[in-house]
Design a protein around this ligand. Sequence first.
Ligand SMILES: [Zn+2]
Length: 1003
Amino acid sequence: MPDSYLRTQKHAARPDWNLIEKKWRQIWDEQKIFESNPDPTKQKYLVTVAYPYPNSPQHIGHGRTYTLADAHARYKRMRGYNVLFPMGFHYTGTPILAMSRRLISGDTDLYNTFLNVYGVPSDAIESFNEPVNIARFFHQEIKQGMNEMGFSIDWRREFTTIDETFSKFISWQFNLLKRKGLIIQGSHPVGWCPRDQNPVSQHDTLGDIEPNFIEYTLVKFHLGDTYVLPVATLRPETVYGVTNLWVNPHVKYVVARVGKDNEPMWIISRDAVKKLEHQGHKVDIDHEIDGMELVGKYVSNPITQSRLPIYPASFVDPKDGSGLVMSVPAHAPYDYQALLDFKNGNFSMEMHISDIVKPITIIESEGNEGDNIVPSQIIIERLGVKDQHDSLLEKATTELYSHEFYKGRMKENTGKYAGMTVSEAKDLIRSELLQNGIGEILYEFVNKSVKCRCGEECVVKVLNDQWFLNYSNVQWKDLAHQCINGMDIVPDEIRSEFNYVVDWLKERACARKSGLGTRLPWDQDWIIESLSDSVIYTAYYIISRYFKYGTKNKITAENLTDSLFDYIFLGEGSLKEISEESKLSEELICDMRTEFTYFYPVDTRHSGRDLVPNHLTFFVFNHVAIFDRANWPRQIVVNGSVLMDGKKMSKSFGNIIPLRQAVKDHSADTIRVALLSSAELLQDADFSFEALRGIRSRLDDIYQMGILLSSSKTNSISSLKQFYDNHSVTESEDRWILSMIQRRIRDTTELMDRLRVREVLHTILYSMEQDLQWYNKRVKSKGRNETLVTTILTVFLETRIKLLAPFAPFLADEVWSSIVGDATEISANLVWPSSREESIDPTAEETEDLIKNLIQDIQNILKVTKIKPAHINIYTSASWKWKVYQKILELIIANRNSSLSDVMKALGNDSEISQARSDIKLIKKIMEDILSITVERRSLKLNTKKLDELRTMEDAASLISKELGDENIEISVFSEDDEDTKKKDPQSKAGFSRPFKPAIYLI
Ligand SMILES: [Zn+2]
């Protein structure tokens, strides 16, 4: 009974989501609906997401990537794909080791975090002395949370990266890479924790900082014959322009023998000693001196042999480089400014020096030509730099550096380098310095401070005889570029970032001395590190279920030989021999091969944006190295992170919300929708409880509509075609809502294919809500209560539920089953609605818009004039005006710059409408009307037949007075075409009417 639905709408009970969720999780589990096996009749779709590292429970921030992947998986399932969405757990690496050690050493801060923030029972924390217990505990915790969130995972394929069978897979991967020459042994710099004696990557650092470092050249300046002062620079080509050195007079320096015995002693800061030692230099400190002792002495430039003074400067940081700085005032704005401050006495000086040096310009660049030009001076003056503490100096430095690097040439005073571009000269001068022993290499972190999770300050260490993945290999880079440029990247704007990372990546240490993981197959002293063993595990998912659930044979790690993996993943080798070697039946091996060829490649890989410079790019590199082109990944989807009330989530802000708690408090669907609806893909999503409450009440409303409609016992509509076949629809609002349903389906499908989930959810939750409210108003105001209305509302709800199902699966299943009255009819079997273009009805849409606009116009008039009318006359425009309108519309669609005279000319050719030529004002107004609507809307109007405005207005009269807040207002409608209208038009308003713009008269 539609009437009962409409009347009781507000009074249905609020749902108990936790109860509903529990029910559906159980049904999904029992029906095994997320377990996917090869099915040749269906197209497959493999959805993967970067698996979690179980060293803490998941919080809301972790939920976004997984929820997006799940919504994607559910959408593709509804589109008819055989979707596989597997999940594993990443135990490998050192973080849980560091955690365990901190607990053992009595770290109360960590203990309290576990106990109070994460809610870990104290007896479980006791067991964390054994690192693997940390992983096991949070593994179960995270898995439970994923289930509670409703993720549609095939759990049969679950594994951990310390499973013996997985180790066999990783051994195979590494043997293969080594055979291909992509793993090399050598001396390369790595980020390093001196306490753990292990390389560090983003995974191992506090704040997840990627330990990037950069190569400096140490240039050695001689102080007499006994000492050298090495100075670190990124611009070795400017050695020709050095005017002086800077030393910090307040810092202690050391005199030390570095490396060879026959070389003069080095003078460097104490901090530099540690760096040099880690980078392959033997350092013996002889004695300490004050920086002040160096001030006023002279060194010689190793290239030009010129004599340079040493000046004092407290800006020199002993932690940077060698603790000494070379000054190139002409090309380094900082040096120029320091010299200027020095000269002006603005800078606290410990002594007076009379012979202030002059800048030496050695590079000429566009705009900086001429003999007396000092490029630093020009840019400093242009930017208005105040003193050496001015932050504008950073901008000046970057700007000048890049300008000179790309557009600069070496000047006459640079000897054999004169005339070369800066980029050429830079490499040549650097090699000359290194070859002649005047220069050394020094690596420094790009980020000032990189700390290990154990708390120790990290260093750059040059590792000897270490194993590296050779990401410097040019052919390998080329393949990675090909893969990236050939795949779909969502959103596309992140593609260039991937290409940048591929270019920039160098050799990467792939093994450690400690931590959990797989030993290097050919060198058992080393353990493969955690970002190297997690790049092709997406292939392992496909066969992992055989190791747990294999019924034909029990497969153990012993069965898994390299040649078996070659056969399954690469199709190489003889089946018979492999069967004998692995002691597995040929049939079983074929099953695994078939399953792999069916489900691979990865159709989509989801991850957070922070994994672009490491995991995601390694994922591409390793795929192109190992698999043939057909098995390269097809899509990568990257999303931003989650903020809580505008702030980054962190323990120190106390704003971490565990995911499971959030589900309990707000319902899984609410959390899912909130995570995906608040931001565009790459943006950070801002999470707030206020937004949560809003979404929750939206979802509750949809639920209630479902429950109330289901009680009216209308049959579910299996297809819209069936609906149209069985119903004749004549009322404008019925035609309109059915048209809008089609439009919403079309729009959401297009958006969903590009994973623009924020807009999709906006359409379903807000635009469709407005559609529904309008329809309800129209129906109520006309007092309609026939079954057709309920049927149409059911069609609307069913469509909305289907569109919402990937995002709010619990709600979808609950409402759907209550409508169809069968709890086995679940969302996994729902089919994504397809839009029927022929059901989009422009005339119905224009008609309803006409009513909406008219109501708004009257409301505006009432607001401005403060009139309280008893009567409203509405005058609809004459037929000839419609012809004029159509004519102008056609003209503007053909040429949007049509002028008034173009219009006049066009009207002149048609005798029926040429009378309009006398009403220029009308023509101008119609042109304005048309130009103020969107291009899409214009063509829609072109397809609209002439609206029956008179009938529409009469039909809507009761709604109009209701919307104006006074049902006693009497509405009369007249057509300008009607001769009698003149009598009812005391103020001659009818003449002002235009198509889609009836004239209004308030009495
Ligand atoms: Zn450490």
